[in-house]
Each structure stands twice: as structure tokens, then as C-alpha cells.
Design a protein around this ligand. Sequence first.
Ligand code: 5GP
Ligand code: MN
Length: 336
Amino acid sequence: MVDFDNNIAILQKELSSPKRIVLVGHTNPDGDAVGSMLSLSLWLKSAGHTTNCIVPNRYPYFLEWIDGISEVQVYKFASVLCDTIVAEADIVVCVDFNQFDRLEGLGEAIEKNDSALRVLIDHHLDAPDDTYDILFSDTQSCATAMIVHKILTTIAPSVIDRTIAENLYVGIMTDTGNFSYSNVTADVFRVAAELVECGVDVQSVNTAVYNTFTEDRVRLLGYVISERMEVIHNGEAAYMSLNEREMRRFNFQVGDSEGFVNYPLTIEGVKMSAMFSQTRKFIRVSLRSRGNLDVSEFAAKYFGGGGHKNASGGKSFLPMKETIEHYEAAVDEFLG
Ligand code: 5GP
Ligand code: MN
């Protein structure tokens, strides 16, 4: 990470008196966004600052067990309150994303407060908006929580108690597919080991995140794989889709389809996978790949999105049938 020491010094200077700090996570908040925000919030509060955590829409229910998650405000449900909090903030910390267009309406509120110091802590490949005063951006990092861990161990190592460690562990565990993706390095295991030494119970965190689904969710997964998965391009690509009628049939809750996109990649030969989920305004596109195939490039080129080399996303404003046709043509062009 360029200028880490310099940025730490600037941040420490800014935090030398009590500040009102807003921590902001991305749309469809995941374990890394939530875990990173809450660990930062716990540290900042212990250092005498006032903090608020805001995400644009609801976090998935399999994160509801996390200590302190009730302090995360959902902009969609409390926009007036959140607008006031953002307007009064001295510092805005953007966590696990780097472009305001990933925030929907919340992005406009942040842009309005142009006197606040803007800090970025993120690991995405997309070029960061040209708006941050302090940048902690490391695209090599498997999770934003790894960068937060580095900041905390540099500034306040003694603050990492079991709760903060658990939050960081959730971020790292979920963004590495439970320590299995190509972004896992020896350093990731070293940090995980430190967090376990701080009291993280590996099995109970694993169970809380991965084994607390509803029966409907498990049946929905079976349905989507059996009825809504197509393998194309000579077995090298796949996609799955989910429309609103199907969601209602399985009593869909936010988070139910997280991770579905990974299943086609378990088929030998499949290099990239897509999941199309209908929402009221657009179709959410999730993309995953294996090895050197860069789906962040694919997401940017064909679905106005971005993300990481092996995990990206975007949007489609076409109906489902046309979205799928667009994807099939894009795969033919991209994979050749
Ligand atoms: P997911 O498939 O879990 O929604 O997203 C996977 C990755 O792609 C995440 O790192 C997320 O930040 C990124 N991503 C998802 N949707 C979008 C989008 O609309 N725009 C951009 N730039 N990135 C996205
Ligand atoms: Mn992340």
C-alpha cells in the first residue's frame, strides 16, 4: 500500500481531538463491509469519538448475530436521520468500496458534505473517485478487514479484543470464501491466527455465517441449480437466474441468494459464472471466475460494474431474457 505510514500519521493527527465520524459501507453490504465498519467503529468509540455506521440497503440476515450490528443504520429505511448524521460529520470513512455510485441515494448525501475529511479504506480494483483526503487502498488485499487490521495494529494494537477480532475475522472469512480463494496468502493465515488468539471461536463464527439458513433458502438453492442453471460456451461458462415470482415462491429474504453464483464453478471446465437476480429497478448481476480470467473487466465492459478479478458485479436495466442474451453474446466475445 503506497504511503501507508504517511497516511497513518495524517489520520492520527486528525483523530487527536474527538470527532463525529460516519462509517459508510456499500450497497448489498457483505461480511467484509459490515465487519470492517463495526471493528473501526468500536476502536474509534473507545478512543473518544462519536461514530455512526450507515449502509444503503439491508445487510443479509446471516450477519444479524454480529455484536453491535443493530447500530448499523440502513439508509433506505432511515434516510432523513442518515442525511442529518452525514451532514454533521467531521470525517466520512468509506469502507469496502471506492465509488460513490455504489451507494445509491446515500452517495448524494456524502457529496453534499464537502467540508468533511474523506477517508477511504478499500481493496477494490476500480479506480477510486478523485475525492478522498486519505487513501488506504490495497487491491492486493483479500479483504478490507485485512487493511483495517493493519491500521489497528499500527495505531492501537491493544484495542483488538474478542469482539473486534470476531468482526475482522468475519470480513476475512467471507471475502476469501472461507479461506479458499486465490487471494489467500500466508499473511492472511497469520492475521487469522492472531484473531483466533484474541478469542475468535472459529467453529461458532463459521456456523453462524454459513449454517443458519432457512429451509426455504436451501430449497431455493436446489431449485435454482436444478431448474435455472445453464452451461454455455462449450462448458466454459454458466449462468443462473432468479425472478421476483420465484423469490416470492421461496419466501425470499435479503441474502438468500448470496453465494449461489459460486456453485457452477464447481463443475469441471467452467471458468466463469453469472447470477442474475431481479430487483424492482434493475437486474443485479453477480460474476465469479477461476484463475486468470478477470471478471472485473467483464463486469465493467458489459454490465457497467466492477469489483475484483475473480468476484465482480454490475447491473442490467434490460428485461431478464434480453439480459441473458446480452450475457451469452458477451461471453462469446470475451472468451473467444
Ligand atoms: P456480489 O456478486 O457479491 O454482489 O459482488 C461481488 C463483487 O463485485 C463485490 O466486490 C462488489 O463490490 C462488486 N460489485 C457488485 N456490484 C457492483 C456494481 O454494481 N458496481 C461495481 N463497481 N462493483 C460491484
Ligand atoms: Mn471486501
